[in-house]
Design a protein around this ligand. Structure first.
Ligand code: ADP
Length: 256
């Protein structure tokens, strides 16, 4: 049997007195496309941020490809993260696209995409640019390679952000509400790029979204979260057409 690429084992996470994740376990298989849905504040983004090592956990274990993401010693604020070298290595397995693009404003589109491979993987500029142009072509932004971010629409910026995250060839891609800051008419162009990505690559993908129609098309499996726990999970058809739990039914009734 194939081993999970992500194994989250009984993790907990608090912000001060606020317990956001409580003894949460979940596994993700290689190549799986997962949608995380649920009310605001249920801890979905926190899970992505923990995987990206942007937040520490207070308890539990996480393995990526069988390797511990965090060391397990305790200090005052929780578990001490692994040393920087280990974290940097683990981070190369994971790319993340944020709600607010986060492009480097003073760098051109192509420089945004080539920066990380050149700095962290020491890829020569000419090779990094060749790969960047392929990725920009895939997201429909090759003709904007020399533009600055300020010259782009929100949807275009987000497509560049996707290309940038792909430039390190991560095995896992995390998408956090990538369309929620966009004007409605720009949402579809970003979703189309992601549909294509999901269909054409075997990258493992975790998506936090409020776009239920999109989650339905994109995901192999949908997890419904409430208050830091998984209430229900299943195929898109099971969750959207035939939810079993009352909380899932109530949430879907409100949002769709
Ligand atoms: P979701 O993505 O499901 O909307 P989040 O993971 O963003 O939920 O947030 C879960 C809870 O944790 C919310 O109550 C949020 O206010 C809180 N939270 C998230 N990040 C922080 C932080 N850095 N400091 C304090 N509270 C936070």
């Amino acid at each position: 049997m194939t081993a999970p690429i992500i194994n989250i084992d009984k993790i907990s996470k608090s912000f001060g007195a606020l317990k956001v994740l409580d003894n949460l376990s979940m596994q993700v298989m290689p190549g799986e496309k997962l949608a995380l849905i649920g009310p605001s504040g249920s801890g979905k983004t926190t899970i992505l941020r923990i995987l990206m090592t942007l937040e520490q956990i207070n308890g539990g274990h996480i393995q990526i490809e069988g390797e511990q993401l965090y060391h397990m010693q305790k200090n005052g604020s929780g578990l001490v993260p692994a040393n920087e070298r280990h974290l940097a290595k683990m981070r190369q397995k994971i790319g993340m696209v944020f709600q607010l693009f986060n492009l480097f404003p003073h760098k051109s589109v192509i420089d945004n995409v080539t920066l990380a491979p050149r700095l962290t993987k020491k890829v020569p500029r000419i090779d990094a640019e060749k790969r960047a142009m392929e990725l920009l072509d895939m997201v429909g932004m090759a003709d904007r390679a020399r533009n600055m971010p300020a010259q782009l629409s929100g949807g275009q910026k987000q497509r560049v952000a996707i290309a940038r995250a792909l430039a390190l060839s991560p095995k896992i891609m995390l998408f956090d509400e990538v369309t929620s800051a966009l004007d409605p008419e720009l949402v579809e162009e970003v979703l189309n790029v992601m549909r294509k990505l999901a269909a054409e690559t075997d990258t493992t993908m975790l998506l936090v979204t409020h776009e239920m129609g999109f989650a339905h098309d994109f995901a192999d499996r949908v997890l419904f979260f409430d208050k830091g726990s998984i209430v229900e999970e299943g195929t898109p058809n099971e969750i959207f057409s035939n939810p079993k739990q009352e909380r899932t039914q109530a949430f879907l009734k409100k949002i769709i």
